[in-house]
Design a protein around this ligand. Structure first.
Ligand SMILES: Cc1cc2nc3c(=O)[nH]c(=O)nc-3n(C[C@H](O)[C@H](O)[C@H](O)COP(=O)(O)O)c2cc1C
Length: 167
């Protein structure tokens, strides 16, 4: 019998914020740790999104998403965006994170993040309780690092940030 939290063996993992929006442009943010680059040319990234997530519905509405690289300083915001659903909560409002227009896609970027990776979905795969979306990177915005500045990205050491709301 495999423990249902078997995936913890892969931690620590870098935590990202994924931004999406509906066809009217209403945005949402969710926290994800299941992501990886899967091709260099073309540049492709895979994300695994739970079937009950509002994020899944929104990715399918526009076929676009933005992956935002999170500094450690945004740990509380990442906890929030990973514990409530955009079905009920305006997470930009609740987290006080700032939406910024993206360059090539409709979902906004998060201003406070270290980089914003804009993606267009090129394929998707059913993975039982998650769907894997493959996004082609169409634009990357990276914030300038000041000389000598040490910025750490947010890492979830052992699934400690999660406190999932029931779908
Ligand atoms: C640290 C952390 C990592 C997470 N990683 C993922 C993930 O990779 N895929 C996923 O579908 N949900 C993940 N979640 C759960 C979602 O962020 C959570 O269910 C969120 O409420 C979904 O919001 P939505 O319904 O607005 O899409 C993670 C949560 C946390 C706190």
């Amino acid at each position: 019998m495999i423990d249902e939290k078997y995936y913890r063996i892969f931690y620590p993992k870098q935590v990202l914020l994924i931004t999406t929006c509906d066809r009217d442009g209403k945005p949402n943010i969710a926290t994800i740790a299941w992501h990886m680059p899967v091709s260099v040319e073309p540049p492709l990234i895979a994300v695994a999104i739970g079937k009950a997530r509002h994020t899944k519905k929104l990715i399918e509405a526009t076929n676009e998403f933005v992956l935002n690289i999170v500094p450690e300083s945004l740990k509380q915001q990442a906890k929030l965006c990973g514990s409530v659903s955009g079905k009920r909560t305006d997470k930009f409002g609740a987290s006080a994170l700032t939406p910024e227009p993206s360059m090539q896609v409709k979902p906004p970027s998060i201003k406070e993040c270290l980089a914003n990776i804009e993606c267009k979905v090129v394929s998707s795969y059913d993975a039982s309780d998650h769907v894997i979306y493959i996004g082609e990177v169409v634009h990357i915005k990276q914030s300038e690092k000041k000389e000598g500045e040490k910025i750490r990205v947010l890492v979830d050491a052992e699934d400690e940030l999660s406190g999932y709301e029931k779908p």
